[in-house]
Design a protein around this ligand. Structure first.
Ligand SMILES: C[S@@+](CC[C@H](N)C(=O)[O-])C[C@H]1O[C@@H](n2cnc3c(N)ncnc32)[C@H](O)[C@@H]1O
Length: 231
């Protein structure tokens, strides 16, 4: 049985039982191998835009005797699974803007999925903003720690309802507070440090004044939220 750690384990834990998930940008294929081995799904599709990662995926699929259960596809984003009826989509280990672009490019395929599990490495605010504006609900969020860094994992699904969100909760997901995520305080501490550097690095010229006020106000909100976390 394959052993997933930290980030990938958290992503896997947010995938519900399903018929045919697709792991987009699979690289090593650890995730679909785990999902099939643990009985979360009977089969899976694993895609990548590059041949190198797919060769790596193939080796692992053979190593774990999954050749008749995991199908490999070469191609960009959701395009290779357009007509496959995949009920769950997983897009992990990429930037939030790339995940957003992948979904936007094949929006009809994304809308049909029962849910999508996304794990942005950065720029998660761009992804949250897009999901809410395009009528996707954020069902659940969780934080995963990997090699000292903390990453959000976002589970969403299309329900057609456009939602507005304030800037602070685009950066630090609302569900993380509602679900009292155990890593939230540590995550916020790291984000405050980073945001502090952003604010300090900004010139206070008249031209930049508005941007400075915006970034500083985000920093104040982060500090306030940090102080209010009791768990
Ligand atoms: C950092 S790896 C992440 C691998 C795995 N999903 C994980 O979370 O550990 C990112 C993978 O996404 C692939 N990728 C990048 N852009 C892609 C796209 N538009 N469509 C499909 N795969 C893509 C890359 O080739 C690479 O193998």
């Amino acid at each position: 049985m394959i052993n997933l750690k930290g980030r990938l384990q958290k992503v896997a834990s947010m995938v519900d039982h399903c018929k045919k998930p697709a792991d987009i940008g699979t690289d090593h294929a650890y995730l679909p191998i785990y999902l099939v081995q643990s009985g979360i799904c009977p089969m899976a599709i694993a895609t990548d835009i590059k041949k190198g990662p797919l060769r790596k995926a193939e080796k692992n699929i053979i190593r774990y005797h999954m050749q008749d259960k995991i199908e490999l596809r070469l191609g960009d984003g959701l395009i290779p699974i357009k007509d496959d009826g995949c009920d769950v989509l997983i897009i992990a280990g990429m930037g939030g803007v790339l995940i957003r672009d992948i979904i936007e490019k094949s929006i009809d395929t994304a809308k049909k999925a029962k849910h999508i599990v996304m794990q942005p490495m950065y720029a998660e605010e761009a992804l949250r903003e897009f999901l809410l504006r395009y009528g996707f609900k954020i069902i659940e969020e969780s934080l995963a720690k990997h090699e000292g860094k903390i990453y959000p994992v976002i589970k969403g699904a299309y329900d057609g309802i456009v939602r507005e969100e304030d800037i602070f909760h685009l950066y630090i997901g609302r569900r993380l507070f509602e679900q009292r995520d155990p890593l939230l305080k540590e995550f916020l501490r790291k984000r405050i440090k980073r945001q502090d550097r952003v604010v300090q690095g900004m010139s206070k010229s008249l031209r930049m004044k508005e941007a400075h006020i915006k970034e500083n106000s985000l920093l104040i909100d982060m500090k306030k939220a940090y102080d209010e976390i009791t768990w």
